[in-house]
Design a protein around this ligand. Structure first.
Ligand SMILES: [Zn+2]
Length: 358
């Protein structure tokens, strides 16, 4: 039976993970050196951050920043703060992959109308996205489908920022999500693995599109240290900043919700997975597929980070990561993307390591 880290809960089957004599993993033991952790301390206070952002306000440019907006409470609040408090002029990007709720898209429209800012809704071509889901889900690759989908959306941000000559991209990545996206060697490896898999199916068109998309990774700079900002200005490549860098005060999610509802007619969205979060319903099928191959998912990894950071307790993480899709949901989604490689149960309940619950 596999063991897991007593602190962050990651199983020892996680690539590169080793446990010490106390069953604490190397990621937990080396946490102080984590880049995402360090980057969250780049700005001492709000004033410093404001000064920093003003450097990127280009005269004559219509937009200061590209902001992806899911329509959920976190990204909605981020947008409102960037516009009202930091006086940035955004271009807002809402992704519609066909699996997000109609309420999410409505929220995006209402919010942008209320703030009087430009909104682009990008419905990524469904053939490509469905293939991406199916190819990874049906394979034996130990790669999280949601991670790859999220990365495509991240790359769409870069594409838009380049197109509209926008110097900044600010998105709502958690420190966990940020630490994953900054690991380039790992991404390159995953991309090559997926390409090798798709080549077996002889889908050259997909390979070409997928490879081209990932070239965008080289067309932006991620803010990890201060010198990255200079690099971005010098090279005229957009600078990516995770929104958590803006949090100087503890935030009250319920108060945000009320404010959004009152001022913009915003509505709470149905939740999917992990519990309490609002996201695309495809997460159900993709996570189930991940659990068939691994005893962790992108979300286990993200939550492990948040536990180390002290943002979640183990108990909360275990609860949130409990996997129990609505009856019939897995089958329905598998049919929608034409996935037939394995049977999906009508109902299933798995713990945070993908093991059946009694
Ligand atoms: Zn650990």
């Amino acid at each position: 039976m596999e063991k897991h880290c007593k602190k962050c809960l990651l199983p020892d089957t996680y690539p590169g993970l080793t446990l010490d004599e106390n069953d604490i993993c190397n990621l937990c033991n080396n946490f102080e050196n984590e880049i995402a952790r360090k980057s969250s301390r780049l700005f001492e206070n709000e004033e410093e951050l404001g000064k920093f952002l003003r450097k990127f306000k280009k005269r004559g440019n219509k937009y200061d920043v590209l902001v992806p907006l899911s329509g959920g409470v976190d990204s909605s609040n981020a947008l409102v703060t960037l516009v009202e408090k930091y006086k940035l002029r955004p271009l807002v990007y809402h992704n519609d992959d066909g699996f997000v709720s109609e309420i999410a898209s409505e929220n995006a429209r209402k919010l942008c109308a209320g703030l009087d800012v430009d909104l682009i809704v990008w419905q990524h071509d469904m053939t490509f996205m469905k293939k991406l889901f199916r190819y990874i889900n049906e394979s034996d690759l130990k790669i999280s489908t949601c991670l790859m989908c999220g990365t495509i959306l991240y790359l769409n941000n870069i594409e838009l920022a380049r197109k509209f000559n926008i110097p900044l991209i600010i998105n709502g990545f958690s420190k966990g999500g940020f630490s994953i996206i900054t690991n380039r060697p790992r991404f390159n490896d995953m991309v090559e693995q997926i390409i090798a898999e798709v080549l077996k199916r002889e889908d050259i068109q997909f390979v070409r599109e997928f490879r081209n998309k990932f070239k965008l990774m080289d067309e932006h700079v991620i803010l990890q240290e201060m010198k990255d900002a200079e690099e971005s200005i010098r090279s005229e490549l957009p600078l990516f900043i995770p929104y958590y860098m803006f949090k100087f005060n503890k935030t009250d999610k319920e108060a945000y919700k009320e404010d959004l509802m009152r001022r913009f007619g915003w509505q709470p969205m149905p939740t999917s997975y992990p519990c309490r979060t609002t996201n695309c319903i495809m997460i159900w099928l993709n996570t189930y597929s991940d659990f068939r191959k691994m005893d962790y998912t992108y979300f286990t990894e993200e939550y492990a980070y948040m536990i180390r950071e002290g943002e979640f307790s183990q108990e909360q993480a275990k609860k949130d990561l409990m996997f129990s899709p609505p009856p019939g949901m897995l089958k329905k989604l598998a049919e929608q993307i034409g996935q037939d490689a394995f049977e999906c149960p009508d109902t299933v309940t798995l713990d945070n390591w993908g093991k059946p619950c009694k």
